[in-house]
Ligand binder design. Structure first.
Ligand SMILES: *Cc1c(COP(=O)(O)O)cnc(C)c1O
Length: 395
């Protein structure tokens, strides 16, 4: 059964959008829903909106909708803040669960913000923790009895290489370490079964494959049996057991709600809530099958049209997320030339051209056309023009 639902997205005419792994497009239901929230809720109800329109319960309600897509049971996911902050919260909670251990394991395929956050947290704790960053295929060997926490992003943002969540979580637990998964490039991209894998924490953003729009809040998952016990480092009032008691002392809320910090981004989360409607009835196994078919077709077409491009992603679809990347020395300029022709991907330093595959609004014809256009750009050296060389702030 096809899961293509292009009609639910407001994509510019003629554009082939292969960057939904970075910022998802606008679902058609969002503008009206957002307008209703602005005028009918904020405008009409003002402060009463917190009660009348359910704003206070929104982070948990929307969290449950995201939870369905990542195999998390109801009540185990909450929305808020940015992914960087959620990584901080998860890691600090993990370290306090293993007070006699001092090592955090991560890998060189992780997104830099996760590594910066881990490094900054460790420095500020001042307890002698070390961040052990190893090559992605050396993670298993790096997990020993000194490891407090393993912090990994399942799908590499540059190459799309995908870790085996179940196997690594098992290895972490066998060594007595706490497992934290960053699902930034997994949620809405590949099937994830958090409940089955047993990881203690997971977090991710909602503006990539989940189409929540620029600045959409992150999600965090805490394994239900731990949620009442963990110690939240960012002890804000909305993570308090009774925010409106205005106690002078902090008492954490029951469950995952203790990972809330301050006032939720109501309008942005309303956009996300409406955007999540496109997932109604989507089976993640069907999505995965379509994603693999699109990626395989693109790899084959690019190999045929652009022999100069070298595949940077694993060739085996089982080891890839929902993106395909290529090395090309003139990758930045070539991507600019491609964007000028309406095919949108992106560039990641030093030389990676990156393409995301999102079967809800991309089909085989799009993929074939995109590869054909890319082929002409490479063969005719259309990238070799001054206007395509200047680096923009966001690549
Ligand atoms: C996109 C991404 C982030 C971004 O974090 P923000 O705080 O939302 O800016 C963090 N980690 C990974 C792995 C990502 O892919």
């Amino acid at each position: 059964m096809s899961i293509l639902r292009k009609h639910l997205f407001d994509l510019p005419e003629g554009m082939i959008y292969l960057d939904g792994n970075s910022l998802g497009p606008l679902p058609r239901a969002v503008p009206a829903r957002l307008a209703r929230a602005v005028t009918g809720e904020w405008g009409a109800h003002l402060i009463q909106g917190w009660n009348l329109d359910g704003w206070m319960a929104q982070p948990g309600r929307v969290g449950d909708r995201v939870g369905r897509l990542i195999g998390a049971p109801p009540g185990s996911v909450v929305m808020g803040d940015t992914l960087s902050i959620k990584v901080y919260q998860a890691l600090s909670a993990a370290l306090s669960m293993r007070p006699d251990r001092r090592v955090v394991v991560s890998d060189s395929g992780n997104f830099p913000s996760d590594l910066y956050i881990a490094d900054g947290l460790i420095r500020h704790l001042g307890q002698g923790h070390v961040l052990r960053v190893v090559a992605p295929d050396a993670v298993g060997d790096a997990i020993g009895p000194d490891v407090a926490a393993v912090l990994l992003t399942q799908v590499d943002y540059r190459t799309g290489r995908m870790h085996d969540m179940a196997a690594i979580t098992k290895a972490a637990h066998a060594a007595g370490a706490v497992m934290i998964w960053d699902l930034a490039h997994s949620a809405g991209a590949v099937p994830v079964d958090l409940a089955a894998c047993g990881a203690e924490f997971a977090a991710g953003c909602s503006y990539k494959y989940l189409n929540g729009g620029p600045g959409a809040p992150a999600f965090i998952y805490v394994r239900p049996d731990l949620a009442d016990r963990i110690d939240p480092a960012l002890a804000g009032w909305l993570g308090h057991a009774a925010p409106f008691a205005f106690d002078l002392d902090y008492r954490p809320a029951p469950g995952v709600d203790r990972m809330r910090v301050g006032t939720p981004p109501v309008l942005q989360m309303t956009a996300l809530d409406a955007a999540l409607d496109v997932w109604d009835g989507v089976d993640m196994a069907d999505l995965r099958a379509a994603s693999v078919a699109l990626s395989e077709r693109f790899i084959a077409e690019v190999a045929a049209h652009c022999p100069d491009l070298m595949l940077a992603s694993p060739r085996d679809a089982r080891e890839r997320g929902s993106q395909v990347s290529f090395h090309f020395a003139h990758g930045y300029a070539a991507m600019q030339a491609l964007i000028a022709q309406g095919v949108i991907g992106d560039f990641r330093a030093p030389d990676i051209m990156r393409f995301g595959f999102t079967p809800l609004y991309i089909d085989q014809a799009d993929v074939v056309r995109a590869a054909g256009i890319l082929g002409r750009i490479i063969t005719d050296r259309l990238w070799d023009r001054p206007e395509f060389q200047a680096r923009k702030a966001v690549t």
